[in-house]
Design a binder for this molecule. Sequence first.
Ligand code: HPA
Length: 240
Amino acid sequence: MGTPHNNAGTGDFGKTVLMPGDPLRAKFIAENFLTEAKLVNNVRGVQGYTGSYNGVRVSVMASGMGMPSIGIYSHELFHFFGVENIIRVGSAGAISPKLALRDVVFGQAACTDSNYAHQFGLSGHFAPIADYTLLETAVRTAREMGIEPAVGNLLSSDVFYNKAGDTMKWGEMGVLAIEMESAALYCNAAESGRRALTICTVSDSLVTGKELPPEDRQTGFTQMMEIALKTAAVMDGTRL
Ligand code: HPA
């Protein structure tokens, strides 16, 4: 099998796929957290690997940046490769003063300024939400690791360099952090009857203007990846 964007074979992906935005981070996760990781996709350098974590088959593949990109890859993983769970492991900018750099945020839901959901022909606004089982499993896993995650709304934006300057208004509505993928991922999971969750590490703060150095974006995400991998291992025993 294969698609224009993914030349993996049928069955090449595990039940759960971790999706960082950055292909190099996908490689980093495969090399540092999985055993016997095998490259299963490399179309456009969007590296996808399947390996083993604590004896459970898990995959990791980059999503690229933005909703059009994660929209393509997640649709194909759900519809053509039999993937049941996608856990996005990304970075986000804090828009809530409650968050600090390196905090772990779980996207219970994702607001958006994107028109992605227009394709579903609904006569209202669809509310993209995380899968509850994945979210509950990830919260329990994080707490077992001694980490208290922030859980709440994300803003998935189409625009990084935003001229409108209204991002902080979302913060006034209790939205925790801004990123660029989750709303489309949650829509695709809903449309395909599969599960999705976003776990983000705060890489910068729009409240304080502080940001993590670039090296930390690549390597400083160990906690988030361990939560995601342990969650994937638990989810191996679940049914849709
Ligand atoms: N904006 C959008 N996406 C992001 C940001 C941001 O400030 N930080 C990390 N991902």
